[in-house]
Design a protein around this ligand. Structure first.
Ligand code: ZN
Length: 242
């Protein structure tokens, strides 16, 4: 079985289409939130995910900002500018879809959240210490998260507190023997100095987690960001992968 695991699309349609094509046929689609924010294609990206009726998608912090009309003070100036624009252009149907997204989903032995199982919307699992603390906050064997925009697996070796964290490169495969928190990286705004869209393929039968990267037409997304008068930094950071 092949499950396409994606996160942090951030309204980047070219990157999303490149990933869907590169992944080939798959049985299920799991999306770990942040469909919108930063990028120029919020409606198109939400509609592309809605196209898969049995896709599982959880709510990210940028999705929550629009769906729950949050105070945008928690976002930096440039992120806020894109969210304000997104609120203006989002269609009623797509807003309803975002409002219906859960903060957490559980599918057999996997918990899906955007940030962390301890704080599904906001917490970043950037350090091993944060990963260690979070293993107590989900009851399934595996937990898939997004939010950091970094493709990383945190593996529990079995003894409490002994976690190994591994940054994964293209085609690197993990077969977790014990529990694992895994992040597929970001589709629409990678932050590991690799500009290629990042995603993962999970096979629950063979228990494999395969990291994937794919190039996409960055220039076309940058042009739309400029055309819509969104902050220039959202365009420039795409080509350096930060
Ligand atoms: Zn994000």
């Amino acid at each position: 079985m092949k499950i396409l695991v994606i996160s942090d699309i951030h309204a980047n349609l070219d990157a999303l289409e490149a990933v869907l094509e590169d992944a080939g046929s798959f049985d299920f689609l799991w999306c770990l939130g942040d469909l919108i924010g930063y990028g120029p294609d919020p409606n198109q990206c939400i509609e592309r995910i809605r196209f898969f009726p049995d896709a599982i998608c959880v709510l990210g912090n940028h999705d929550a900002a629009v769906a729950r009309d949050l105070d945008l003070a928690d976002f930096n100036f440039e992120a806020r500018a894109s969210l304000l624009w997104t609120k203006e252009v989002i269609s009623a149907d797509n807003l309803t879809y975002l409002k219906g997204l859960p903060e957490q989903a559980i599918n057999s032995d996997v918990t899906l959240v955007h940030g962390s199982p301890r704080d599904p919307i906001w917490e970043y699992i950037l350090f091993e210490s944060t990963a260690i603390a979070n293993f107590d906050h989900f009851s399934t064997r595996l937990c898939f998260t997004g939010h950091t925009h970094l493709p990383v697996c945190h593996l529990d070796s079995g003894e409490y507190g002994s976690i190994v964290s591994a940054r994964l490169n293209q085609n690197e495969t993990i077969i977790p023997k014990g529990r694992m928190i895994a992040n597929p990286g970001s589709i629409g705004q990678p932050r590991d100095l690799d500009s290629r869209a990042s995603y993962a393929l999970y096979d629950p039968e063979n228990l494999t987690w395969i990291q994937k990267r794919v190039e996409y037409d960055i220039k076309s997304v940058q042009q739309r960001i400029i055309n819509y008068n969104l902050p220039k930094r959202h365009a420039t950071r795409l080509e350096i992968g930060y």
